[in-house]
Design a protein around this ligand. Structure first.
Ligand code: S3P
Length: 430
């Protein structure tokens, strides 16, 4: 149990957020497939990314953790070896879905499992297209759930053209990673643009990748040429908690440093600005194909807005914290097309409505795939369940800190993406 007290003053000064989770996973996976040693700086040491390291080590990859940097010794595109045991992806959908793609077409057998949450999440969305490419994958519940086994492949995969039914960077990435060693090009067509870190990093590793409208095409390649060093930008999904807290608590003026501001991830900035937040991007620069900036946030009077469609994949992980901002805004906020929230680390639509309503009774409603938030309610302190979902735990903490406080059951799940979250919030290192 953890008790979060209301903040007595606004946030001031500067804050660093941990490395980007999505980019950390991809840096380890792609570096393992190059032929040289890659140094990774600002790697996120969250439980999800450690699951990826564990899986890569089980397939023969030498990962040296020197504290301030990781060194990964690439084994080449065909150099991974059969793991002796079942691979555990823990809570991490990115580890599992991307590795299912990467390992499809390998000549060895791999079996995956994961924690209770991951075992409930839908995997048919990656298994179906990978099977169309010729991968032989079997999973529980009619190839939909963990445990999942990839059988050894006798021949190369076929490139496919695949129109994705849901916007998902994990599904897109799995197909592209499988396409690296296929016999012909692979095209994925997205319903809405999702985060493009895989495409950007594949290009940085010398792969031929082209974008045309909603279609992304990858040509198979003999070998990846790794850069000698990758610097992971700060995670905008972690910055989002401070963006919202500074916006809603009076007297705040804070700079969040070195944040990745790839435009497929900056929905939180656009939505907060539309709600009336005062946000400035300073020192804009780029590294390894990714845009980085410092974000200055000042307290503001927020108002409700309506959004959905293309915006959703650009802030899919930030919807719980946007819902918190909306509770402090004047008027109603309507978030449409939010159905994917049901299949995240918890059913986040249900979790937002049930847990957040404890702190602001009747403020949150779900109607099909639409989330409705009635702003400016009376707040109260209550005990809430994080449901072992890191983003629910952090959003509830920010809610409590900005309102009347909160008690959290199962608070430690923040380790998944932001191990120092409570220290930063409580010790006021901001
Ligand atoms: C991620 C993609 C998103 C996101 C997840 C990380 C990635 O999932 O929610 O936290 O790194 O590719 P979906 O692809 O399921 O939308």
């Amino acid at each position: 149990m953890k008790k979060i007290m209301p903040l007595s003053q606004g946030l001031r000064g500067s804050i660093e957020v941990p490395g980007d989770k999505s980019i950390s996973h991809r840096a380890v996976m792609l570096s393992s497939l190059g032929d040289s040693t890659v140094e990774i700086k600002n790697f996120l040491r969250g439980a999800d990314c450690l699951s990826t390291i564990g899986c890569m080590r089980s397939m023969g990859v030498d990962v040296v953790d020197e504290g301030d940097r990781l060194l990964i010794k690439g084994r080449g595109l065909d150099g991974l070896t059969e793991p002796n045991n079942i691979l555990d992806a823990g809570n991490s959908g990115t580890t599992l879905r991307l590795l299912l793609g990467l390992l499809s077409g390998q000549k060895f057998l791999t079996t995956f499992t994961g924690d209770e949450s991951l075992r409930r999440r839908p995997m048919g969305r990656v298994i179906a297209p990978l099977s169309m490419m010729g991968a032989r994958i079997v999973g529980r519940n009619g190839n939909k759930n963990l445990p999942i086994t990839i059988l050894p492949s006798e021949k190369k995969l076929r490139g496919i053209e695949y129109e994705m039914p849901v916007a998902s960077a994990q599904v897109k990435s799995a197909i592209l990673l499988a396409g690296l060693r296929a016999e012909s090009p692979t095209t994925v067509i997205e319903p809405h643009p999702s985060r493009d870190h895989t495409e950007k990093m594949l290009s940085a590793f010398g792969a031929h990748i082209e974008k045309s409208g909603r279609a992304i095409t990858l040509k198979p390649i003999e070998k990846l040429i790794a850069p000698s060093s990758i610097e992971v930008p700060g995670d905008i999904s972690s910055a989002a908690y401070w963006i919202v807290l500074a916006s809603i608590v009076d007297g705040s003026d804070v700079v969040i440093k070195n944040v990745g501001v790839n435009e497929t991830r900056t929905g939180i900035i656009d939505v907060m600005r539309s709600m009336g937040a005062t946000l400035e991007l300073l020192n804009e620069r780029s590294s390894g194909g990714e845009s980085i900036a410092d974000i200055r946030v000042m307290s503001s009077k927020l108002h409700g807005i309506k959004f959905g469609g293309d915006m959703i994949p650009r802030l899919i992980d930030e919807i719980p914290i946007v819902a918190v901002a909306a509770a402090f805004a004047e008027g109603d906020t309507i978030i449409e097309d939010a159905g994917e929230l049901r299949v995240k680390e918890s059913d986040r639509l249900a979790a937002i409505v049930e847990e957040f309503n404890r702190l602001a009774p009747s403020a949150f409603e779900a109607d099909g795939d639409t989330l409705i938030i009635h702003g400016r309610k009376n707040f109260r302190a209550e005990r809430c369940q994080t449901r072992d979902d890191h983003r629910m735990a952090m959003s509830l903490s920010i809610f409590g800190a900005a309102a009347s406080g909160v008690e959290l059951d199962n608070p430690n799940c923040v380790d998944i993406s932001y191990p120092m979250f409570y220290q930063t919030l409580e010790r006021g290192r901001i």
